[in-house]
Each structure stands twice: as structure tokens, then as C-alpha cells.
Design a protein around this ligand. Structure first.
Ligand code: C5P
Length: 400
């Protein structure tokens, strides 16, 4: 999961030998979180199997504009509307020429005419063809119409020539697509986020912890990165993949998390304390595995430091955002937390509902500041995270 999370991409594969790389492009887009549907032209089918594209994309591959059944399941207009982005990779010389003329004689060219989505093309062809003045004019025209050109690379070509015309690397195609969704809301800002649960050791094999998955913190990390922030994550125990574009510091206990936060806090603009930090830890950690000789045992617990409250006490402190997971008197308790910890905002989770909040894929929160309480309706954690970041920017960095 990352820069293309929840984004819907139509990959158009046209007739170039580089079409054999199309399954890899699908993979790279998926690595960044995209849902990918493939349209392959008749020319593209000569170079890559529909079965490979279907297996990797996990979606039916589209080819024929005139296939009644395919049109019934997802017609060309539906595909055009479904897409957030259409990427043609590889884009053959013929497909590029067709786009220039607005032809609609196959599924891909028709979808291109019918879509409002952003269009990107990655040309791939013989170096002489790429150098032809007709090609230069055609690419200039498409660029002027707002289509992004993902420039081909220079090097050995399948035909034996050496020159410019090799398809851009699949990973570069995917990251250029991800850049489309990067805003500048937090550009130049530094954000520090704690996430996941902490583990408080009892003995070398046992610990006290909680159900935190890290999903909400990671969704906030994606949202911050997409908003252009330099993002550092202090990560406890999580059950999801790490965000590759953030600086990652992994910790185990609350005390380690405290130390890591204090080391990183200087010069941060925003601190989001999303971690489920254990409030207590065993007073003594047994060096050896505790034997189960007795019928009962008692573990004495002592308080952990409150990381968020400690950051809020710093003389030079960033904008500080805390989370409150409440089961009752939600708004009152969250407001009390805002005052007690002296943070700038609290994001309130109602954890009495199992389908949202802790460990769930969806969330519904209230953003509480000194002056107002705003509800963010139930949605995927990613969408909720993006709305939280928008609101934080409006409240603290860009107040109207
Ligand atoms: O006091 P409570 O645990 O309900 O507060 C939750 C908020 O405080 C969360 O933002 C959490 O990350 C933070 N917290 C902390 N250090 C602790 C306990 C909670 O930073 N020891």
C-alpha cells in the first residue's frame, strides 16, 4: 500500500514488443496500492498473453469493443468512468497517431475519447520511428492536450538497434502515476507519526500488548506523503506493510517509543500520536522464562511515560495531534484529553463499534480542537486519513 492506494487505473497495452513487460507494470501499480484493469489492443495481444494479464491484474482483460457479453459486464463508457487514470504502456506509434486523430475504432481508443481521467502514455518503439518528425509532432500535440508523456529510455532495442525508444521501466511508470496524486498541502513540512502497539516485556518470551494494527497511522502516513510532507514513522507492533517512502524507526516498548520520539521531535512541524501506547509496564522483567509452578501469579505494573503529553510540554513543539479511543461519553472525554494533554487537536474514535476503529479497515472520527468539533463520516481509513490531513492543514497551517 502507498501512493496509489484506492486508485483505479486502466492500463492500455498496445502493439509493441515491450508489451511483454505489461504484467510487470500491473504489479508495480498494485505494489503502490492501485486496482488495475487492462485493455489490450489486437497488436498488444501479439506480444503478451491475455491470461498473464488477467492472472496478475485479478480482473478480466478487456479487448473487444463489439463483444456483447463484455460490454454488458463492463462497457467502454463504464471503463472510461471507472478510471482515475488511464496509462497506455507501451504506447505504439500507431496508437499514438490514433490518439492524435481522436479515432475510436477499437476499445482502447474509444475509452481514451470517453474518459475524463488523466491520461499518461509511455511510448515504446524502434529508435528511428521514435525520432521520426511525425512522431515528434504527434507527441507535441498530445502533450499540448494535457496528456503526460512518460519518456522512453535510451539503450539496446529488441530489433538490435541502439537508441531512444525503450519503454520506461515499469517501476518508473508506476511512480510517475503516483506523482499525479501528490498535492502540495504539506510541501516543505516535516511530520512525525507514532503508530502500532507497544509491547511491554514480562520475561524473554512474554509481553503485554494490545490489538492495534497500525492501519490508521499508516493511512495517515500515506496521506502525509501524498500531501508532500517529509514523513518519519515510529512504528511499534503492526500487522500491515510498512510505507516504503517514509523514514522508518522501529521500536518495541513504550519507553523505546518515547526515546525515539524525543530524538526526532526537533524541527518537526506536525506530530501525530496515533500509537496505542501501553499505559503500564511490568515493574520487573524476568531474565529467565517464568515457570508455571504456582496456581496464580501477580505482575506488578508501573506507569509508562505519556509520550504525547511530554511532547506537548516541550518549549519548542510542533502542532500536536492525539487520538482518543473511547467507549462512552466520547466527546466529553476527548475534550478532557485535549485539555489535559494540552495538544492542539484530538481525533476521537468510538471503539464501542466493532466495524470501525481498532483493527478494522474503516473508521469514523471526530476532529476536536479548542474551538470546534468536526465529524468525518465513516469511510475507508485511507479516505478518513486524507480528510483528517485536509482539516489539519486548514486548521493549523492555512487558516482562513
Ligand atoms: O490517555 P490515552 O491513552 O487515552 O491517550 C491517547 C493518546 O495519547 C494517543 O494519541 C496516544 O498515542 C497517546 N499516548 C502516548 N503515551 C502514552 C499513552 C498514550 O503518547 N503513554
Amino acid at each position: 500500500m502507498s501512493g496509489l492506494t484506492n486508485k483505479r487505473i486502466v492500463l492500455g497495452v498496445s502493439g509493441s514488443i515491450a508489451a511483454y513487460k505489461a504484467p510487470d507494470i500491473v504489479r508495480r501499480l498494485q505494489d503502490l496500492g492501485a486496482d488495475v484493469r487492462v485493455i489490450v489492443t489486437d497488436g498488444g495481444r501479439e506480444f503478451v498473453s491475455e491470461r498473464s494479464l488477467q492472472t496478475i491484474s485479478k480482473n478480466k482483460v478487456h479487448n473487444n469493443l463489439w463483444d456483447k457479453e463484455a460490454e454488458l459486464s463492463m462497457g467502454h463508457i463504464e471503463i472510461a468512468k471507472w478510471a482515475d487514470v488511464v496509462i497506455i504502456a507501451p504506447a505504439s506509434a500507431n496508437t499514438i497517431a490514433k490518439l492524435c486523430h481522436g479515432r475510436a475504432d477499437d476499445l482502447l481508443s474509444t475509452v481514451i475519447l470517453a474518459t475524463e481521467a488523466k491520461i499518461m502514455i509511455a511510448p515504446a518503439m524502434n529508435q528511428q520511428m521514435f525520432a521520426a518528425s511525425a512522431m515528434k509532432d504527434n507527441l507535441g500535440l498530445l502533450k499540448a492536450r494535457g496528456i503526460d508523456i512518460i519518456n522512453p529510455g535510451f539503450g539496446d532495442q529488441a530489433c538490435g538497434d541502439v537508441g531512444e525508444g525503450r519503454l520506461a521501466e515499469p517501476i518508473d511508470i508506476a511512480s510517475q502515476a503516483a506523482e499525479l496524486f501528490t498535492s502540495s498541502l504539506l510541501s516543505g513540512k516535516k511530520v512525525l507519526i507514532t503508530l502500532g502497539g507497544t509491547r511491554e516485556a514480562i520475561d524473554p518470551v512474554r509481553f503485554i500488548s494490545n490489538h492495534s494494527s497500525g492501519k490508521m497511522g499508516m493511512a495517515l502516513a500515506h496521506a502525509c506523503i501524498q500531501a508532500g510532507a517529509k514523513t518519519t514513522l515510529i512504528v511499534g507492533s503492526i500487522s500491515i506493510e510498512l510505507e516504503k517512502r517514509a523514514e522508518i524507526i522501529q521500536v518495541i516498548s513504550a519507553e523505546e517509543m518515547y526515546q525515539a520520539v524525543m530524538k526526532q521531535i526537533d524541527n518537526q512541524d506536525l506530530f501525530i500520536s496515533c500509537a496505542a501506547v501501553a499505559d503500564f509496564r511490568p515493574k520487573k522483567v524476568s531474565k529467565n522464562k517464568i515457570k508455571k509452578d504456582n496456581q496464580s501469579m501477580t505482575i506488578e505494573l508501573i506507569r509508562n511515560r505519556d509520550i504525547l503529553a511530554s511532547v506537548c510540554q516541550l518549549k519548542k513543539k510542533p502542532i500536536c495531534i492525539g487520538f482518543a479511543a473511547e467507549t462512552e461519553n466520547h466527546i466529553i472525554n476527548a475534550n478532557n484529553k485535549l485539555i489535559k494533554k494540552q495538544c492542539d487537536a484530538i481525533i476521537l474514535n468510538d471503539i464501542s463499534q466493532t466495524e470501525i476503529g481498532l483493527n478494522a479497515d474503516e473508521n469514523e472520527v471526530h476532529l476536536i480542537t479548542k474551538n470546534r468539533t468536526e465529524k468525518i463520516e465513516k469511510n475507508t481509513k485511507q479516505i478518513v486519513a486524507e480528510k483528517i490531513i485536509d482539516k489539519l492543514v486548514n486548521n493549523f497551517f492555512n487558516p482562513s
